[in-house]
Design a protein around this ligand. Sequence first.
Ligand code: B12
Ligand code: SF4
Length: 480
Amino acid sequence: MTERRPAPPRDSPRVLLVDPYLAREDPMERKFVELYPSLGLLTLGAYLRSQGIEVEMTDLTFARDARPVSARLRSFRPHVVGVHTKTLTHRRANEIAARARAEGAFSVAGGPDAATRPAAYLEAGFDAVVPGEGEGALVELARRVQQGAELGGIPGVTLQRNGRLVRGPPRPFLRDLDALPLPAWDLVDMDEYLGRWERATGERRAAVLTSRGCPFDCSWCSKPTFGRTFRQQSPERVIAELRALKGRYAVDYVRFCDDVFGVSRPWIDRLLTLLEEEGLGLRWECLARVDLLKPDLLKRMREVGLERVYVGVESGSQKMLDLMNRGTRLAQVERTAEALRREGIRQFWFLMLGYPGETLEDIEQTLQLFRRFSPEEYSVSIAVPVPGTRFYDSVKQRLGGGTRATRKSGGASLLFEAAYPETLYRWEQARFGLEAALGKARERLSPRVVERIGRAADRFHAKVATPLLVGKKPPAGAGP
Ligand code: B12
Ligand code: SF4
């Protein structure tokens, strides 16, 4: 359904937003089908429109290459081209800046990667970077570019002058997230996104964000845009967005994309009450922390449609959780995993190997925890030191392999000199794979057979693989 909007004034600035992510180039995408339009860009688009700015968007997610950007540049003639950045799309973003320049448009980069390393984007040809929250900064920048006014000193905007980085003063975060308009879904091909989901799962799935930021402080977590700040929409505003998705796009499954869903108990209680009262009949999933997911809350969430939860379990060793500053206890992991199983909610565990201080014994504890609970889904990554984190600072003298971080963050490469050789961590990842397969086989094979295979694998691990892979090399960097 098309939304009726007042036409922007004739002389208003024109902004072209670009998502340079191409699904076909993302190795992870082939494993997990997870395509949603960028909520950052859809919200920026809606906000710009609400300020009288004319907006179009080129979303490359389903494209073969970046050529659609040039076609749009010529038809729309934007004053400003705003590109969303992730490490994975860095090169493509730079290509778009070059295309913008060729058409005489001003280019600005925003999003997590540009926020982490603005200089790299400015050196590669972007005219400006917005390293933080984008709404206010992009409106002001677009107006000044259109007027040909001075660009120095805009709060939240970083430029390069005579080879030097010139940062505008910090821009205060938006205080009231309820004041933001609903995401401008019409800027992207929602039919394509929803149709793909429908074909793959039978459900029309959309992403929703109810908060910005995260108040926790895990030592490996990079939060360049919102830092440790945390703001949330009111439950009523969230319901308005869900109602619109259901009404306009017949969405029946929602992924809540918050860094941590349900940080405040009164907030989540109210949202669940409203979900029940509205009777939207949505099924949903979210990412949450084991310390927040109390069994009574999970029961209630299940009653109003919760189907799957992503949980950052990370390690089966309390020592490691403490070193990571996770702020969670193993007892909470166990309590939550049990409650999830009891309620029939699918659980997706995130696990991490190789964090400084981890020994073979800690890895074994993680595997044993995994074996005990057999989560339906999981991902085991090798710790990636991301610039700007305490983890990065602690290993920056021992970095190797450059900054291929994000692309490989799904698991393959070791980017610093950790306690053990990379092959050991790869082998451990394979052990989790076997364990998951055995967990599934338990439903079909006799438990004795499964146990026998498990024991044989353990013996091979202890007697052959570990001595071979660890070798005689004393553990390096075994301390944090
Ligand atoms: C939800 C989420 C997903 C969801 C949905 C993504 C989506 N399409 O919206 C799913 C699961 C699909 C996903 C997938 C991936 N994700 Co993701 N995801 C997130 C998460 C948790 C929230 C993103 C979000 O909506 N934030 C809220 C919005 C409002 O913020 P925002 O996007 O940053 O935008 C604001 C500002 O950054 C700025 N801004 C953004 N763009 C622009 C552009 C301009 C011109 C300007 C001026 C400003 C500006 O203004 C916006 C509004 O204030 C973040 C973590 C985080 N907290 O950011 C990771 C995160 C963005 N994802 C990440 C990664 C790596 C991926 C994948 C590449 C993983 C993979 N497949 O290998 C894919 C890429 C998919 C894609 N389409 O791009 C990384 C990116 C790190 C990096 N440096 O590149 C993050 C930061 C997580 C992390 N810490 O590792 N992701
Ligand atoms: S890992 Fe999750 S809980 Fe920890 S600081 Fe990052 S977003 Fe917050």
